[in-house]
Write a protein that binds this ligand. Structure first.
Ligand SMILES: Cc1cc2nc3c(=O)[nH]c(=O)nc-3n(C[C@H](O)[C@H](O)[C@H](O)COP(=O)(O)OP(=O)(O)OC[C@H]3O[C@@H](n4cnc5c(N)ncnc54)[C@H](O)[C@@H]3O)c2cc1C
Length: 411
């Protein structure tokens, strides 16, 4: 291994969090072009286990970065959720609820944009260790050593950076598994009606999550991506047993789909961890900060792409200030992740997860089902439509109360 390569910023992981950080950095400070490196263990386009649902919040972030979504996509404008106490209509009068992409092409598009903006992307190299001192941080990879003023750990749920600098903690890791089914779009409601479906009935059987079915395009052909998320898979019993239980619940959620091959392992499926936000965690230490799944994302739904972009934006602001000599900028990043809009949203989702995924879940699903107007506000808040998720809590609660009591609409 030769001498270390020097950059201002090293980013571990070129997924949405790492690439969003890089893209916001060069957008804010074009002078950083050529001084940022992202290290990726795979090579784009690489497969990523993910349903690829981009909520409107993510679309706003892409717009802010000036990136056109130049990959095959399906726009969803209708939605429904089955709960242990009945059906919920998630549609918002024709508004796009989600844009479904495939992560191999989406992430490769982001990587291309970042490279064109002057970010060096080192692929097929894995971060192994991190050593920091008062002057710099050294990142040891399989093939090289990188030295920088600051390191962003954006290397996903199993983050090596997190383990090296913050220690390991497994209690906040959920799991989602998924499969793709080729379908005839003319006979599939998800395509005919541009609809996605969620099913939370598995909560009654001990799965802290839901099953989903999303329309998507793979290799030019219409498919359904179906899967199941569990925020606390360990509670399902013996090691490995959780996947069997999750598959059984997924098959039960969509009996009309040809999913029986999953149980026999005749159908290919993929499973992957999702680290969720826990307010007790810290996200900055010395010259190292965490972003995206490495930090922790939405505990309720396991949605993490919008978070990756929000973290990326905050990280880029903090890094800019740090490079300018503001030594408090790193601690301020940690505070922003806890107390800023994204931290507050994730705390509310953690609160919701504690109640919806609890022995009293039926009561909470019943309360959530009381007012259609309140549900609409909930959907818009979750999706970040019209920046509703950035509204101060007291105003949001007031709006919610007016919706429930007076039937006020959001529009
Ligand atoms: C089945 C499933 C379905 C999901 N569906 C959705 C959805 O519909 N919508 C949504 O918003 N979210 C969804 N998520 C969550 C979403 O996939 C993640 O939140 C998102 O990928 C987080 O982005 P990230 O950049 O933080 O991490 P990642 O996307 O995991 O990117 C991390 C990158 O770091 C690289 N890396 C890892 N270790 C190293 C290392 N040591 N050195 C160098 N590189 C490394 C990886 O190869 C990867 O490219 C889903 C997750 C799962 C498991």
């Amino acid at each position: 291994m030769g001498a270390s390569r020097k950059f201002d910023v090293v980013i571990a992981g070129a997924g949405p969090a790492g690439l969003a950080t890089a893209l916001f950095l060069v957008k804010n400070r074009p002078s950083l072009a050529g001084r940022i490196v992202a290290i990726e263990k795979s090579a784009h386009p690489r497969f990523k286990v993910c349903a690829g649902g981009l909520i409107p919040k993510t679309m706003l972030a892409l717009e802010e970065l000036g990136i056109a979504l130049d990959v095959p996509k399906v726009e969803v404008i209708r939605g429904e959720a089955a709960t242990p106490v009945g059906e919920v209509n998630l549609s918002r009068g024709g508004d796009v609820l989600a844009t479904v992409i495939r992560r191999d092409l989406f992430d490769a598009m982001l990587a291309r944009e970042a490279a064109e903006a002057g970010v060096e992307i080192v692929q097929s190299d894995r971060v192994l260790d991190v050593v920091q001192n008062a002057e710099s941080v050294r990142v040891i990879t399989e093939r090289s050593i990188f030295e920088a003023q600051i390191l962003v750990g954006a290397d996903g749920s199993g983050s090596r950076v997190r383990r090296a600098v913050f220690g390991a903690r497994k209690e906040t890791i959920g799991r989602a598994l998924m499969t793709d089914i080729a379908v005839d779009p003319a006979r599939t409601p998800e395509f005919v009606e541009q609809r996605y479906r969620f099913d939370f009935r598995c909560v009654s059987h001990g799965v802290n999550g839901y099953s989903w079915s999303f329309p998507c395009i793979i290799g030019g052909a219409p498919h359904l991506n179906v899967g199941i998320y569990d925020q606390r898979p360990r509670e399902l019993g013996e090691e490995g047993g959780e996947q069997k239980r999750m598959i059984a619940e997924l098959v039960a959620a969509f009996p009309e789909l040809p999913l029986d091959g999953l149980t026999r392992r005749a159908t290919r499926w993929h499973s992957f961890p999702i680290r969720w936000f826990d307010a007790r965690d810290s996200y900055a230490r010395g010259r190292v900060i965490l972003a995206g799944d490495a930090a922790g994302v939405d505990p309720l739904m396991g949605e993490g792409i919008s978070c990756a972009f929000e973290h990326g934006k905050l990280a880029a602001n903090a890094i800019g200030k740090f490079i300018d000599g503001d030594s408090g900028a790193i601690r301020a990043y940690d505070r922003a992740l806890h107390e800023g809009a994204v931290g507050k949203k994730l705390s509310k989702l953690a609160f919701a997860a504690r109640h919806f995924y609890s022995p009293h879940s039926r009561l909470f699903f019943r309360i959530a089902g009381v007012s259609r107007r309140a549900q609409e506000i909930g959907v818009d808040w979750y999706n970040g439509a019209r920046h509703l998720d950035e509204m101060p809590t007291h105003r949001l609660v007031a709006r919610w109360a007016r919706a429930v009591l007076l039937g006020d609409s959001l529009r």
